[in-house]
Write a protein that binds this ligand. Structure first.
Ligand SMILES: Cc1ncc(COP(=O)(O)O)c(C=O)c1O
Length: 401
């Protein structure tokens, strides 16, 4: 037998990582990469943050073991993640009605969630926001879900389409899965406010839907707790849901692949039983999780001094992103670039959607060596003092023409 014919026809490049390859091959010295979804500092570097370096030093001294971890990961890490997501004082923690499994990144958590739901449930429909992170449709459809989309942004592309979103979710069927981004929506930076989260949760209860909260940017928007305002919408008696956490961004541990899947059930017994099925999904996927990244997170969260240091470093990343947002909006306004830019100032997280045509995106790349994704998703962290004027003037050129 030979390889399947389709495996030998070229696959489409990944929409985001493919652009990074094109960027690297671009010989123009003034090229600017606003496409990649990784935090960069003012000199364009993705640093290892000092609290992580210190945790690694301690781990090296401790010289533990390279033996396998349990299928669902290290117990201390699982507890630390639960308390980070919900806060140790939350009812969900006190009632012990959640279980957390350590996973390879947020992507691993989403895939385990998808497999677990397909293996144990009868519903095969998943609702995703339109637009969303491009890996969502790929991941959920390859796992075996049929996809539906709910509108997310209004015609301006700058604000939430609350009625459109709620209306679409009201048409979902009992047991359908709804993927919600917890904060710092990728690609738009537009998040529901607390009242909208309550309204979304009302529809979820009314239609008996199952939410998966993709929580990849906790602390990158307004703060660790401020970015978790979805919890008060969903934390209702009887409402069960899953949370996929990623520590790629807030600990800058991208290549260590560290994340977690938390399942919240109506009571402790249901959560414990469901964990057994989560473990089967994990065992069949990658057997048990990688250790190093999670050990770093566990060390930092478990040491009050290191935790304070990490929170300050996270606040530094968050502050730089928010400063960049303000500088970008101010520069667009003073250059007279036409557009509704002001909302970008208060959006959350690394991404902003400029709402460009594909022709404008192509011109930015071809004429100005500026790389952006899709309809103009930019990584705001990628702007530097050196690149900002060139980006603003190129945007003026492609928008005004
Ligand atoms: C919305 C969203 N979810 C999940 C992830 C996955 O993160 P990880 O690198 O931890 O797999 C990302 C990463 O870019 C993301 O933007």
């Amino acid at each position: 037998m030979s390889l399947p014919a389709r495996s030998l026809t070229p696959a489409p490049p990944d929409p985001i990582l493919g652009l990074t390859e094109a960027f690297r091959a671009d010989p123009r010295p003034a090229r600017v990469n606003l496409a990649v979804g990784v935090y960069v500092d003012g000199s364009g570097v993705t640093p290892v943050i000092p609290s992580v370096l210190e945790a690694e030093r301690r781990l090296l001294e401790r010289a533990g073991s390279k033996g396998y971890l349990p299928i669902d990961g290290r117990p201390s890490y699982r507890t630390a993640v639960r308390d980070l997501v919900f806060d140790a004082s939350h009812e969900i923690v006190a009632s012990r009605r959640s279980v957390t499994a350590q996973t390879p990144g947020g992507t691993g958590a989403l895939r385990v969630a998808a497999d677990f739901l397909l293996q144990t449930g009868s519903r095969r429909t998943a609702w995703l926001s339109e637009p969303t992170w491009p890996n969502h449709p790929q991941l959920f459809s390859l796992a075996g879900f049929e996809l539906r989309r709910y509108p997310y942004l209004d015609a301006s592309g700058r604000r939430l389409d609350v009625d459109g979103m709620l209306g679409a979710l009201r048409s979902a069927s009992r047991g359908d899965v709804v993927v919600l981004q917890g904060s710092c929506h990728n690609p738009s930076g537009v998040d529901p406010d607390a009242a909208t989260w309550q309204a979304v949760a009302d529809v979820i209860v009314e239609r008996d839907l199952l939410p998966i909260v993709d929580f990849a940017y906790q602390g990158f928007g307004h703060g660790l707790r401020e970015d978790a305002d979805w919890i008060e919408g969903l934390a209702r008696p009887g409402l069960e849901f899953l949370v996929a956490s990623s520590f790629s961004k807030n600990f800058a541990l991208y290549n260590e692949r560290v994340g977690a899947l938390t399942l919240v059930a109506a009571d402790e017994q249901r959560a414990a039983t469901a964990l057994g099925h989560l473990k089967i999904a994990i065992r069949a996927n990658y057997s048990n999780p990688p250790s190093h990244g999670a050990d770093i997170v566990d060390t930092i969260l478990g040491d009050p001094g290191l935790r304070t240091q990490w929170e300050a470093e996270l606040a530094g990343m968050r502050g730089r992103i928010r400063g960049n947002r303000a500088a970008f909006v101010d520069a667009l306004a003073s250059a007279g670039v036409p557009g509704d830019w002001e909302p970008l100032r208060h959006q959350r997280g690394m991404f902003a959607l400029l709402g460009l045509t594909s022709g404008q995106v192509a011109r930015l790349r071809e004429e100005f060596a500026i790389y952006v994704v899709g309809r103009g998703r930019i990584n705001v962290a990628g702007l530097t003092d050196a690149s900002l004027p060139a980006v603003v003037s190129a945007l003026g050129a492609v928008i005004l023409d």
